[in-house]
Design a protein around this ligand. Structure first.
Ligand SMILES: [Zn+2]
Length: 451
């Protein structure tokens, strides 16, 4: 049984899929005018683990994340470079897709773009107007929050507080100061024809339209960063209550923010860490460990010690697996070790890992179970009487767990020549031929053979 924290009701709940053995999940993606920073990568990596875990349990996973490829910021950047907006958006979509790959994320079911969904967006807004959930005023179309069922349910805000809240700017065209724009009439930048004149849609309407079109009127999980809870996610929900009479998803999940050395990370402060640069520098294993060592709902304070720890932990994981796999290759000639786990101690560890992941995806505790397996691997490595079948199960279990967290890696086998050198070294040591042993050890070091 998977339990997860549902932000919609602020409670831990048992997960019940809409369709047996299927997970439909949507996570708000990037506005494509910049490269991803480590803060943007947290939901991408975390929800990738959620998708992987469901797959591991045998679910058919449909994970969708969008690209917002029309926005004032994209227009501004295009103007400053003297190019059209699609040049900017395509550049950053390519860069972000490359970053997903570098981060070892499984390919998403779909990555829809707003510009490719314009007909659907326009007919969705039209339907909102027809159902009296939206109105045309001045040049624009607004959503009427008084028509939503339980507006502000996600962020637990009361409509009265929102109305009196000073942070909502006064707009004479709005019936209610908290009403939000669905369609903005404009000819600045890329624009589309609509029943309300040339213009483009507001940000809050795109996600709900793409969810409906790709995954249906209701999905299992809608995720995103905590900063999107209000107004973006509440506004997505508001539209869905008028069109589909639901809150879009059975479960809403929000990850905490990423700080840098205890300070808020933001582009305007100039203290952001580029995701692609960092993953290229330290590799996806250490990168993902940084994000997964802290439970996802907590804020994560990125700092040097955390980076150093993740790097050294990942080295230990890698070294343990490779040295052990190579030992099995040399001592027993085992090259392929994938096997069903039957040993009781290992089955218990597998259960423990699944239990931790099923407890609101507690990746931090799941990592500690990985360390328990790592310890067994290191003990077995030194053991004089190793049962090869047990060793295979041990490595299989280790691989499974690493895969769920996306910190797995290719198992590089030793070449015939490398096995031969190691065998000669072992033989020389057995014969107490220290001169030859030293010679072979030097070759092993020079060739960087991991044993
Ligand atoms: Zn969204």
């Amino acid at each position: 049984m998977i339990k997860l924290y549902n932000s919609l009701i602020n409670k831990i709940e048992e997960f019940k899929p809409l369709k047996e053995n299927e997970l439909t999940m949507y996570v708000c993606g990037s506005t494509v005018y910049n490269d991803m920073h480590i803060g943007n990568s947290r939901p991408i990596v975390f929800f990738d683990c959620v998708a992987r875990f469901f797959k591991y349990l045998g679910y058919n996973v449909k994970f969708v994340s969008n690209f917002t490829d029309i926005d004032d910021k994209i227009i501004k950047k295009a103007q400053s470079e003297g190019v059209n907006e699609s040049t900017i958006s395509e550049r950053y979509i390519a860069s972000i897709l490359e970053t997903y790959k570098l981060l070892n994320c499984l390919p998403h079911y779909k990555n829809p773009k707003v510009t490719e969904n314009m007909d659907n967006i326009i007919s969705f807004i039209d339907e909102l107007v027809k159902k009296d959930g939206a109105y045309v005023s001045g040049d624009d179309v607004y959503f009427d929050i008084s028509k939503a069922e339980n507006y502000g349910i996600l962020s637990c805000q009361r409509v009265e507080d929102l109305i009196s809240g000073a942070r909502i700017e006064e707009n004479q065209n709005k019936k209610n100061p908290a009403d939000f724009t669905l369609w903005k009439k404009t000819i600045v930048g890329k624009n589309w024809d609509s029943p309300w004149g040339k213009g483009r849609p507001g940000w809050h309407t795109e996600c709900v339209v793409m969810i409906n079109n790709i995954l249906g009127p209701k999905i299992d999980i809608h995720g995103g960063g905590l900063d999107l809870k209000f107004p973006h996610h509440d506004n997505e929900i508001a539209q869905s209550t008028v069109i589909n009479h639901n809150y879009i998803a059975s479960y809403w999940m929000h990850n905490g923010r990423v700080d840098l050395n205890g300070e808020k990370m933001s582009k305007s402060l100039g203290n952001v860490i580029d995701a692609k640069g960092l993953v290229k520098e330290i590799g996806y294993g250490a990168y993902r460990l940084i994000l997964l060592m802290v439970p996802y709902r907590q804020p994560l304070n990125f700092r040097q010690e955390l980076l150093d720890q993740a790097k050294s932990d990942y080295e230990k994981i890698k070294k343990a697996k490779l040295t052990f796999a190579h030992k099995m290759q040399i001592d027993y000639g085992i090259k392929d070790y994938q096997i069903k786990i039957q040993n009781n101690e290992l089955l218990n560890l597998k259960d423990e890992f699944i239990k931790e992941m099923s407890n609101d995806f507690n990746t931090a505790n799941a990592i500690t179970v990985i360390y328990k397996v790592l310890k067994l691997i290191n003990t077995s490595y030194r053991s004089k009487e190793l049962d090869p079948e047990y060793a295979k199960e041990l490595l299989s279990l280790f691989d499974e767990m690493l895969w769920v967290l996306g910190i797995d890696f290719e198992n590089t086998l030793l070449s015939e020549e490398e096995v031969d050198i190691v065998n000669k070294w072992n033989e020389a040591r057995r014969n107490k031929d220290f001169e030859s042993a030293d010679k072979y050890r030097a070759i092993i070091n020079e060739k960087n053979i991991i044993i």
